[in-house]
Design a protein around this ligand. Structure first.
Ligand SMILES: *[C@@H]1O[C@H](CO)[C@@H](O)[C@H](O)[C@H]1NC(C)=O
Ligand SMILES: *[C@@H]1O[C@H](CO)[C@@H](O)[C@H](O)[C@H]1NC(C)=O
Ligand SMILES: *[C@@H]1O[C@H](CO)[C@@H](O)[C@H](O)[C@H]1NC(C)=O
Ligand SMILES: *[C@@H]1O[C@H](CO)[C@@H](O)[C@H](O)[C@H]1NC(C)=O
Length: 403
């Protein structure tokens, strides 16, 4: 069957459902109604990574709040043998992400494999509430709203410290390389600012398109988007939906069919994505991109999304306040771990202005890198065809100096 026919079939199949409950369908399940059966079984990271010839280990870490987090570890490269200690490279995904969004393209393209093959012990984080870390000691994410009561600060204050300690203990290292994409950097800054004893556990912090203070003027589309999101999120919450964009098979199929080569909706699909992250048609492989939606999005809490909206609307890197009080602004001078900043000239979400401002507030900036390609956007940190030559090789050589 032609892909477009395939897509039409899917639309026809799902229409009765989505008419029945648009929000639940496109945003996330309501508490207690969803029984989890429609959720796609996680595309097993194990199988994916092993299929490329690497070893993969899974570790569970319990946060102080009872949330149970899954860490994925690629302890060494394909050709490496033995158990000699290797420096740790810890990778923290961005909004709606998870570990395997970094792993689907294979050894020559994806950062974790490149790091592993260059001699690093690679650990991939999964933030609480995503497809791999949707567990708790006592709360049930399908039934308990309390499970979802967290924003970005909880991840930085509780989850990262316990994770860093866990990794350092297992690997017998005293510090690690931290690579954070987008809010994967925000959480690390929060950790280092609120719990300064963790600065010494980060040998080098590589901040890729780091989200913190927003200093660029929002374009019209983003202005509209963020101003619509606030009321939309309140509406969603009033319907008892607390989990946003979990990984779900029917949605992945729908988006995949819409975006694949030959689909009449591919242009629209790309236009929507580029309007959010920045337009860069040459670095996105439109043939393989649809496969990526099996891995992304992977779910987060409504409060995390509201938290990001607050960052953009207020412009400040501050504690989530729900608009009620004057928010507490994080003291970035307390981030004394050395930080290398990277930004994409074509990134619409985190721009040079934001990163310039950030570089003046952080306590210990060791470098600020403009990725040498004028269209490099927010998604390119993960998915650019030439990410290796444009960015990853630079990361490796900067890390080499700290080895
Ligand atoms: C979950 O929901 C599906 C579809 O609504 C239903 O067929 C299945 O029996 C339910 N499973 C449980 C354990 O309730
Ligand atoms: C450190 O790791 C060892 C095993 O390598 C384990 O027995 C011990 O409980 C760990 N300690 C902490 C504080 O996690
Ligand atoms: C896109 O991916 C396909 C399939 O892996 C590959 O054949 C093609 O060369 C890629 N295109 C670019 C520009 O990298
Ligand atoms: C900045 O980081 C370097 C490298 O770790 C360290 O030697 C130096 O003391 C740090 N500076 C501050 C002000 O903390």
């Amino acid at each position: 069957m032609k892909p477009s026919a395939n897509f039409l079939l899917i639309v026809v199949c799902v229409l009765p459902n989505c008419a029945a409950d648009f929000w639940e369908y496109f945003i996330g399940p309501r508490l207690s109604t969803g029984n989890g059966s429609e959720r796609a079984a996680p595309k097993v990271t194990d199988q994916l990574v092993r299929s490329y010839g690497y070893r993969l280990d899974t570790h569970l870490v319990a946060s102080q709040t009872g949330h149970i987090l899954t860490l994925h570890r690629i302890p060494r490269g394909r050709k490496a043998a033995g158990t000699k200690p290797r420096p740790v490279a810890f990778i923290h995904h961005g909004l709606f992400g998870c570990s395997d969004m970094w792993l689907s393209r294979g050894p020559h393209l994806d950062l974790p494999y490149i790091l592993a093959d260059s001699g690093y012990d690679v650990w991939l984080f999964n933030t609480r509430g995503n497809v791999y870390s949707r567990k708790h000691k006592s709360l049930d994410p399908d039934r308990d709203a309390e499970y979802w009561n967290f924003g970005i600060e909880e991840m930085g204050y509780y989850d990262l410290p316990v994770t860093i300690d866990y990794i350092l203990n297992i690997t017998n290292q005293k510090d690690l390389f931290y690579l954070g994409h987008s809010i994967g950097s925000s959480t690390g800054f929060i950790t280092c600012s609120l719990r300064p004893e963790y600065n010494s556990k980060i040998r080098l912090f590589m901040a890729l398109g780091p989200l913190a203070h927003i200093r660029h003027p929002l374009n019209l589309l983003h202005k509209v988007l963020f101003s619509l999101l606030s009321p939309a999120l309140s509406l969603v919450e009033s319907m008892n939906i607390y989990e946003i964009w979990p990984r779900r098979f029917h949605i992945s199929r729908l988006v995949e069919a819409a975006c694949e080569d030959g689909s009449p909706f591919q242009k629209l699909c790309l236009m929507l994505i580029f309007s959010v992250v920045g337009e860069d048609p040459t670095q996105l492989n439109t043939t393989t991109f649809p496969n990526f939606v099996q891995y992304y999005p992977a779910g987060t809490s409504l409060k995390v999304v509201s938290n990001i909206v607050q960052y953009y609307v207020s412009g400040e890197f501050a504690r989530f306040s729900g608009g009620k009080t004057v928010p507490f602004i994080y003291d970035l001078a307390k981030v004394t771990a050395p930080v290398a900043l990277y930004y994409g000239p074509g990134d619409l979400l985190v721009t040079q202005e934001d990163v310039d401002y950030l570089s003046h507030r952080l306590g210990n900036v060791t470098g600020k890198f403009r990725i040498p390609y004028k269209h490099f956007n927010h998604l390119d940190f993960v998915l650019a065809n030439n990410a290796r030559s444009l960015l990853y090789n630079n990361l490796l050589s900067v890390m080499e100096k700290y080895k």
